[in-house]
Design a protein around this ligand. Structure first.
Ligand code: HEC
Length: 274
């Protein structure tokens, strides 16, 4: 008897579940949920090819130096690079004296603190220092850029797209989503997750920096170069890691062949002779 009751109760609940599922599904089909402005207008990063891509990729030091120049002259006014030391720049092909000069002339100084007197002060940077933190008084919080290409989906392609993606907010968007109007002080950018970014367009004109190697400093080129530079800041040892990987793979293949040959040798007299 109790078993029949249990079956009936189970059936009752199963029917209720099925009914509410059908109800939900039919209303989803008859009145699909309205899309938001972000769902309609957010764009995936553009294609970007860099010399460091792929398992055999190598850094293009000339491009990294140009990217560093863009960081130094433009981005460093707002963004820090706290995980990088000035001496790391030697990897890009700068010599000791050049690195010393870059550190000494860096516009943000190193903060100092004297524990005896409690005095806080500043001193010029030296090669062993990390890049100093930057104070930004404007709207929004500029993130540290050291690891940004690892922290964002799309990495360098995202940075490149973001820098070249500023535009006027489409009239059609405003018509369909009047609430999505970019607030005062923010800027429309379809590559940014919320479409409205606090960063004012940093690269505004061709020739904003003058490259020493003769490359034309178009906005597109500057954006690519600084994106390539930020791949390096996020993983300066990328090339060494890959080279080590290939060496290890080569050794493993060699060891496998050697083991197989040893096996053949050890069993040579035994096989087929018993
Ligand atoms: C005038 C100051 C300023 C300058 C110059 C500037 N930025 Fe920004 N940046 C910001 C601010 C503020 C934010 C935070 C935006 C936000 O969260 O809405 C930001 C955010 C970013 C982000 C993160 C976006 C995200 O997904 O969170 C990246 C990447 C970035 N900037 C790259 C750069 C690069 C590269 C340069 C140099 C070419 C540069 N910025 C120059 C102020 C600046």
């Amino acid at each position: 008897m109790i078993r029949i009751f249990a079956i009936l109760a189970g059936l009752f609940f199963a029917a209720g579940l099925a009914w509410s599922f059908l109800l939900g599904a039919s209303s989803y089909i008859s009145e699909p949920p309205a899309k938001t402005a972000v769902e309609e207008y957010h764009q995936h990063p553009k294609e970007l090819q860099l010399a460091s891509d792929g398992a055999f990729g190598r850094f293009d030091n000339e491009q990294l130096q140009r990217g560093f120049q863009v960081y130094k002259e433009v981005c460093s006014n707002c963004h820090s690079l706290r995980y990088l030391a000035f001496r790391d720049l030697k990897d890009l092909g700068y010599n000791d004296d050049e690195v010393k000069a870059i550190a000494a002339q860096w516009s943000t100084k190193q903060p100092t603190f004297d524990p005896k007197t409690g005095d806080k002060g500043e001193r010029p940077n030296v090669p062993a220092d990390h890049f100093p933190l930057v104070y930004y008084a404007g709207q929004g919080t500029p993130p540290d850029l050291s690891l940004i290409t690892k922290a964002r989906h799309g990495g360098p392609a995202y940075v490149y797209s973001l820098l070249t993606g500023y535009q006027d907010q489409p009239a059609e968007l405003l018509k369909r989503f009047p609430d999505a109007k970019v607030p005062e002080g923010l800027h429309y950018n379809p590559y940014f997750a919320s479409l409205a970014i606090a960063m004012p367009p940093p690269l505004t004109a061709d020739g904003q920096v003058s490259y020493g190697d003769g490359t034309k400093a178009t906005r597109d080129q500057m954006a690519k170069d600084v994106a390539a530079f930020l791949v390096w800041t996020a993983e300066p040892s990328l090339e060494k890691r890959r080279q080590l990987g290939w060496a290890v793979l080569g050794f493993l293949i060699f060891a496998t062949v050697l083991t197989y040959m040893a096996y053949q040798n050890v069993w040579a007299g035994k096989k087929g002779n018993h």
